[in-house]
Design a protein around this ligand. Structure first.
Ligand code: 13P
Length: 253
């Protein structure tokens, strides 16, 4: 019922020319994909050129982050209008690398979510716990705080446009993937938090991706879980064939 969404987060990888090549290869690889929503998130620098490559195809553009202000003296940042002009349909917000290295907080996530929605773009809101938090029994409180913080003062109508990405920090880039059961149990809990805020209809409609060492070899098991509606892919999204391998697992469902 919920459409699978497989998104490639290229992070700080690929030059502009490499990005154009990868985008072309992905367009070719997924041209017959019908059921699954396919999204790629190149760097800021490559985004406009990648947007030209994917125009008119079934591949959509995401941007890796924005600033919540409209414009001005914010060296190094990009505004939502700039992203909108090149046709981005999604913005990744609150990635754990932003939280860990660049002072992202639940408050800034919330400001960015509201700015993104006001511009008619859909947020992909990332949440996830560290290993210490999981082992220390704080899994549910951490995730609940992140979800509630992200959606503060966001209407149900707007929340329904958002995608959540559950990315356990300990599984990102480590090769250690959450088990199917760990991911399912956690994502069911995340959905219950959305239900607590917005009720059944929004919670049941919301797509929740899994992210963290997802690969063609483990994607089928994860995507078979009831509360896993796609993937946010790092390493395996940097090659067209491995990215396609994960999309194939979604298409086969
Ligand atoms: P990896 O797939 O490389 O673990 O990265 C996941 C991620 O952080 C996607 O946003």
């Amino acid at each position: 019922m919920r459409q699978y969404i497989i998104a490639g987060n290229w992070k700080m990888n690929k030059t502009v020319s490499e990005s154009v090549e990868l985008a072309k290869a992905i367009v070719e690889a997924v041209k017959d994909v019908k059921k699954t929503e396919v999204v790629i998130a190149p760097t800021y620098l490559a985004a406009a050129k990648v947007a030209d490559v994917i125009k008119g195809t079934n591949v959509k553009l995401a941007i890796q982050d924005i600033h919540w202000k409209d414009q001005g003296a914010f060296t190094g940042k990009v505004s939502v209008d700039m992203v909108k002009e090149i046709g981005a349909e999604y913005i990744i917000i609150g990635h754990s690398e932003q939280r860990q290295y660049f002072h992202e907080t639940d408050e800034t996530v919330n400001l960015k979510v509201k700015k993104t929605l006001a511009a008619g773009i859909k947020p992909i809101i990332c949440i996830g716990e560290t290993l210490d938090e999981r082992n220390g029994g704080k899994l549910e409180s951490v995730l609940s705080t992140q979800v509630k913080g992200a959606f503060k003062d966001v209407s149900a109508e707007d929340a329904a446009k958002c995608v959540l990405a559950y990315e356990p920090v300990w599984a990102i880039g480590t090769g250690v993937v959450a088990t199917d059961e760990q991911a399912q149990d956690t994502q069911a809990f995340v959905r219950s938090v959305v239900k607590e805020i917005y009720g059944e209809a929004v919670a049941e409609g919301m797509r929740i991706q899994y992210g963290g060492s997802m690969k063609p070899g483990n994607a089928a098991g994860l995507l078979a879980q009831k509360d896993i509606d796609g993937g946010l892919i790092g390493g395996a999204a940097l090659k067209a064939d491995t990215f396609k391998g994960i999309i194939d697992a979604a298409e086969a469902r």
